[in-house]
Design a protein around this ligand. Structure first.
Ligand code: NAD
Length: 258
């Protein structure tokens, strides 16, 4: 398939985990890319692995000036933005609600929800509204449906992101722009592996035992790979999903059945 021939995508959080995998898969289908993340060396490495079709930008997605510069990089190099992948996220620090701090809560919210608003606003204003075309993909989490113990900061932000998705979809549909939300369960990336290591250390058990405990209630008894999640994100970003908007779709081995 060549679903992204002639299209330009920005992927945030493109230095590790899902981001570079989506970049590779989109480039293989013809996309031109701007890859953004805070860690310059890693994002440059991700772009170099793709070659001329990818530009690396160092950007903190919670910073308005950085987000403006990120979109400017896409406009000056490629002249348009067709797809905005709001993938960057932080897990925050695990805390029970009675230990929660304003800094932990807001720092997580800024990356995991507010930044999607900033990136979306910027691509709408710089390219998508004028061109009457575009697809915006947000990345929530199963934690954003039912909540996760010790993750009020992350769960609340990821839940809010689904509502941001609906509002965005309602507002921009008139411009032929779509907004959808991918909702992963556990993906075998650093974010998940580090989480399981931390919990295993706390409980004095092995990472394998923690992994088995997470998989036990899943109908499919497995974690998703980054490619599993990317397949859904690329479908939603493509014209194949031209009448799908405002949706939050789970890719989670059956964790949530809504
Ligand atoms: P990851 O931690 O490997 O990657 C996230 C990326 O975002 C990192 O490169 C990080 O540096 C970047 N980032 C963080 N803060 C940033 C900022 N302020 N500015 C720019 N970049 C920033 O995570 P992942 O596993 O690849 O997750 C991808 C998406 O899927 C995230 O939205 C995550 O919340 C979601 N998700 C992941 C899992 C999982 O099990 N891994 C589960 C549910 C949802």
């Amino acid at each position: 398939m060549n679903r992204f021939a002639g299209k330009v995508a920005i992927i945030t959080g493109a230095s590790s985990g899902l981001g570079p995998v989506m970049a590779r898969m989109m480039a293989a289908e013809g996309a031109k890319l701007v890859l953004a993340a805070r860690r310059k060396d890693l994002v440059e490495e991700a772009a170099a692995a793709i070659g001329d079709a990818a530009v690396a930008v160092q950007a903190d997605v919670t910073d308005e000036a950085d987000v403006a510069a990120m979109v400017e990089a896409a406009m000056s190099r490629w002249g348009q933005v067709d797809v905005m992948m709001n993938n960057a996220a932080v897990p925050g620090t695990d805390k029970y609600i009675w230990e929660q701090t304003v800094d932990n809560f807001l720092d997580t919210y800024k990356v995991d929800c507010m930044a999607a608003m900033l990136c979306t606003r910027e691509v709408l204003n710089r390219s998508m509204i004028e061109r009457r075309s575009g697809a915006i993909i947000n990345f929530s989490s199963g934690a954003g449906w039912d909540g996760m113990v010790r993750k009020s900061h992350y769960s609340a932000a990821k839940g809010a992101l689904r509502i941001l998705t609906k509002v965005t979809a309602k507002e921009v549909g008139q411009f032929n722009i779509r907004c959808n939300c991918v909702v992963p369960g556990a993906i075998g990336t650093d974010l998940m592996i580090n989480y399981m290591k931390r919990i295993a250390d706390e409980q004095g058990v092995s990472v394998e035992e923690i992994a088995a405990g997470i998989q036990a209630p899943l109908p499919l008894k497995t974690f998703s790979t980054p490619e599993d999640v990317a397949n859904l994100a690329l479908f939603l970003a493509s014209d194949q999903a031209r009448t799908i908007t405002g949706q939050s779709i789970n890719v989670d081995a059956g964790l949530v059945m809504s």
